[in-house]
Design a protein around this ligand. Structure first.
Ligand SMILES: [Zn+2]
Length: 337
């Protein structure tokens, strides 16, 4: 069924099978948080979304390619725009909570007040406060997505459906007929993806096979999502995603295929490590390849020198005829840096 949907949209595009696999991977990953009756509808909307994302991402990359070079400037105007948009979306989302929900959440998350203290203040129990915090977070995720994606939920049922997905409450998903709604409501089908993918792959590492353009997109998205679990700011998240897509693009371009490993590190401090490995022809002169002004394929984009500048640690090992391994790390910044 998934294959049929994908083929209907992209035909015999070389990426078709990758898109099918990507869809199935996502559906399997979400299977524990959705009720069984939702598997098929979820597969359908996921297939549609995966195809749409590939085109959207490719298009955006084409349009923004000239900007990639400026990424190292932390105060680039577009970074500020992203920051402002995210902040204002969060403010909108917070404003939709009740006064009590908002106060409890902010006291807990911002001031660090523990649930026991909050319970004493409200004449409640720590368990009840923790449950309330979970419900509030689920609502905040929904409201934040609605605001940041600038969606105007078209029906009265939309928020109830999204909330049931956000909280992973399978009984509630059946009650509000979430499956049927996702098939009928385009905005909710779109927002369902980030809500259901949240919290999956709790593993702190992940391997992605890279053999074509869609894999570059997947690796880029995966790196950003993994890095989001640490306290990286928007600029660093973009830097990490860009560095990953750059090394993946090198793999596709020069070796045809390879792999990239993404791993969150705890020691000596928190950060993300990216290892990209291919068995291609290798780089004859690594020093030259890392020199400024040297572009391995004369195209747009950062090239390896740009990636090295953006990341905190960068090493490259290459042996002609035996492939190339790029290892790079971005450390989470502490407040005084
Ligand atoms: Zn809806």
């Amino acid at each position: 069924m998934v294959r049929r949907i994908v083929r209907a949209r992209v035909g015999a595009h070389p990426a078709a099978e990758d898109l099918v696999q990507e869809t199935l991977t996502r559906v399997l990953a979400a299977s524990s948080t959705i009720e069984p009756g939702m598997l098929e509808p979820y597969a359908i909307v996921t297939a549609r979304n995966v195809v749409a994302t590939m085109w959207r991402d490719a298009d955006r990359r084409r349009r923004n390619q000239h900007r990639v070079l400026d990424l190292s400037a932390p105060d680039a105007p577009e970074t500020q725009v992203v920051l402002d948009e995210e902040q204002s979306a969060m403010a909108t989302a917070l404003a939709r909570l009740s006064e009590r929900e908002r106060r409890t959440l902010l006291d807990h998350e911002v001031k660090g007040t523990d649930t026991r203290t909050l319970a004493e203040r409200d004449g409640s129990t720590a368990g009840a406060v923790a449950a309330q915090l979970n419900r509030t977070r689920a609502r905040l995720r929904v409201e934040y997505l609605i605001a940041v994606e600038q969606v105007d939920p078209p029906t009265d049922r939309c928020r109830a459906v999204l909330l049931a997905l956000s909280s992973g409450d399978q009984r509630r998903q059946r009650e509000v007929q979430a499956a049927q709604h996702l098939l009928e409501c385009e905005p909710c089908s779109r927002l369902s993806q980030p809500l259901l993918e949240r919290g999956q792959q709790r593993d702190d590492s992940l391997r992605i096979a890279v053999s074509g353009d869609p894999d570059i997109v997947s690796a880029r998205v995966a790196a950003r999502e993994l890095a989001t679990r640490l306290a990286f700011g928007p600029t660093d998240l973009t830097v990490i995603a860009t560095a990953v897509s750059e090394v993946c693009r090198n793999i596709v371009r020069f070796a045809g295929s390879g792999q990239v490993w993404l791993e969150l590190l705890e020691n000596p401090r928190r950060g993300i490590q990216i290892v990209a490995r291919d068995g291609g022809p290798g780089i004859p002169d690594v020093e030259q390849a890392l020199g400024d002004g040297f572009s391995t394929y004369g195209g747009l984009g950062l090239g390896l020198p740009g990636v090295r500048r953006l990341m905190d640690e960068f090493a490259i090992a290459s042996e002609p005829g035996h492939g190339t391994t790029v290892t790079m790390t971005k450390w989470e910044r502490t407040n005084d840096e």
